[in-house]
Write a protein of this length. Structure first.
Length: 520
């Protein structure tokens, strides 16, 4: 009892101290996580992950008690990179960097105070904690978009097998009398990540050969695709027989729940089948039993508890976090954006091109969360060019530019011959490098250029944008940027070369005008 009195206040005091420091550093990031990321239907399972992590740690309580706490400087291998990643995420506006930073810092502090042996005991629980952080948008899109297309293809094939007429363009399925929009085709795949987590947990508790456990985890991916394809086909059948009210009402919500329950049932069936395969049965727990008596090292650990708050590892960790907290709140990072013209003043006449201004639907504006934009249909000599600019005054609070590479394919356009193009500009401006792609859909072709101008640079990929956003935020207090996208059809009476010349000429004209609207 006396030892508990000595240890408990010290442990609680250190816990409170580090909790206060971490809360001060990561408060904004976790508020975004809870208020913005977790409520999204793809990631609302994340609310349960902290409870799962706590259970996994509680399950190891006896093993933790049997291991002495041995402070270690090894935790600096995670703590220092975690702090550096905090500044990258905070200055570049990359929320996942902040989430990952908080995990590295938290695990690093644990390592410094409980030691490597105890940390290994709860390593799985700590790794599971990473699943409560939604992956970056561009990464999750790349991971799931191809799976969505496969799921849509299988769904259309099943409709054909059933005898219904269906035509697919990207993730839009045309049934003749109605269309299943992108959201309908994609929503079933929002269970990909929670099912993957479920597969990992089942594999953890299933003490079998490694190949069986890996198979269980990997199988969640094709399982989600197949189940979602069945849902898409069933939605089409219900549309045909019972109408939109039935398909978009009760069944739309019920089918999502059904997907998860059926998938979970299939995973449990897999476990049952795998147990029938050699090597048979469940493996015995390999953890050696420890004597109930006191470990010699634990006695030393308890004798040292009185001076635990003054341990060097604690002092160093507190200093590093304290300096980070002070700098993040004391240094003025207010962005300094030069004045520029609003895009509502963008001219409708550029050289020989005459334009008609277009408006974007509010649902897309809400999703993109941009500061300003313009969308104009330009025409010259009977040929058209679609011109679009999205401008972001800040990219530090989760707002970020969406690349056409992740948006256009979902509406049915397939990228062909994607690469770079060099455009020679007028006068002393030299040239500019842009992304170039030929897009095809239903026998139609379009040529597209897009690039990311901002702060006097022209960038062509997301990683480059993030790097310069971090650097310019640090050195210039600016994270503003824009996306410029221009598209022209490849008309039936011309080849790609003619469309290329048209887009090259339009780009030369428009770049000079853009300088007045995108701050350098």
């Amino acid at each position: 009892m006396k030892s508990l009195i000595n240890v408990k206040p010290v442990a609680v005091g250190k816990l409170a101290l580090f909790a206060a420091l971490l809360a001060g550093i990561y408060f904004e990031a976790y508020r975004w996580l809870i208020e913005k990321d977790w409520p999204r239907e793809d990631y609302n399972y994340c609310y349960l992950i902290p409870l799962v992590v706590l259970y996994l740690i509680w399950e190891k309580k006896d093993e933790l008690a049997a291991e002495p706490a041995v402070p270690s400087w090894g935790g600096l291998l995670l703590l220092v990179p975690g702090i550096l990643l905090f500044w990258v995420g905070d200055l570049a506006g990359e929320m996942y960097s902040l989430y990952l930073s908080s995990w590295l810092v938290g695990v690093g502090i644990l390592w410094m105070h409980i030691g490597w042996r105890r940390l290994k005991t709860i390593a799985f629980a700590l790794c599971v904690a990473l699943t409560m952080f939604p992956p970056p948008y561009f990464l999750s899109t790349k991971l799931t978009f191809g799976l969505k297309l496969i799921s849509s293809r299988i769904g259309v094939w099943l409709l054909h097998v059933y005898g219904m007429s269906a035509y697919r363009e990207g993730n839009i399925i045309d049934l003749g009398f109605t269309q299943l929009q992108v959201v309908d085709a994609c929503s079933g795949l929002r269970y990909l990540f929670p099912l993957l987590v479920m597969g990992i947990l089942l594999a953890y508790f299933y003490r079998a050969a490694l190949w069986k456990r890996l198979f269980l985890v990997v199988s969640t991916i094709p399982l989600t695709i197949v189940i979602n394809s069945l849902r898409i086909a069933l939605t089409g059948v219900i549309y045909a027989h019972f109408g939109a009210a039935a398909a978009e009402g009760f069944f739309h919500g019920f089918s999502g729940w059904l997907i998860f329950m059926v998938s979970l049932g299939v995973l449990l069936l897999e476990v049952w089948i795998l147990r029938k395969l050699p090597p048979h049965g469940w493996q015995a727990d390999k953890l050696a039993s420890r004597p109930a008596g006191k470990h010699p090292s634990m006695q030393a650990d308890k004798r040292a508890s009185r001076r635990a708050l003054l341990q060097p590892v604690t002092v160093v960790a507190v200093v590093l976090l304290g300096v980070t907290l002070a700098l993040s709140h004391a240094i003025e990072f207010r962005e300094k954006i030069p004045a520029a013209k609003p895009f509502r003043q963008f001219p409708l006449t550029v050289g020989s091109w005459e334009g008609t201004r277009q408006n974007m639907a509010q649902e897309f504006l809400t999703e993109l969360d941009l500061t300003d934009y313009t969308m104009i249909d330009f025409a010259s000599g009977g040929k058209h060019v679609d011109f679009y600019v999205a401008y972001y005054a800040s990219q530090r609070k989760g707002e970020s530019i969406h690349s056409p590479e992740t948006c256009l394919p979902g509406s049915g356009w397939e990228f062909r011959q994607a690469g770079k193009a060099q455009v020679a500009l007028q006068g002393p401006h030299g040239s500019v490098t842009v992304n170039r792609a030929i897009m095809e859909k239903g026998g139609h072709r379009q040529l597209s250029y897009f690039w990311f101008p901002g702060r006097g640079r022209v960038m062509t990929n997301a990683w480059e944008m993030k790097l310069y956003t971090f650097w310019d935020s640090l050195t210039r207090q600016r994270t503003d940027g824009a996306l410029v996208r221009i598209i022209t059809p490849v008309y039936k009476d011309e080849d790609v070369k003619a469309a290329e010349e048209r887009l090259q000429g339009f780009t030369r004209e428009i770049v000079a005008v853009l300088e007045e609207y995108i701050p350098r």
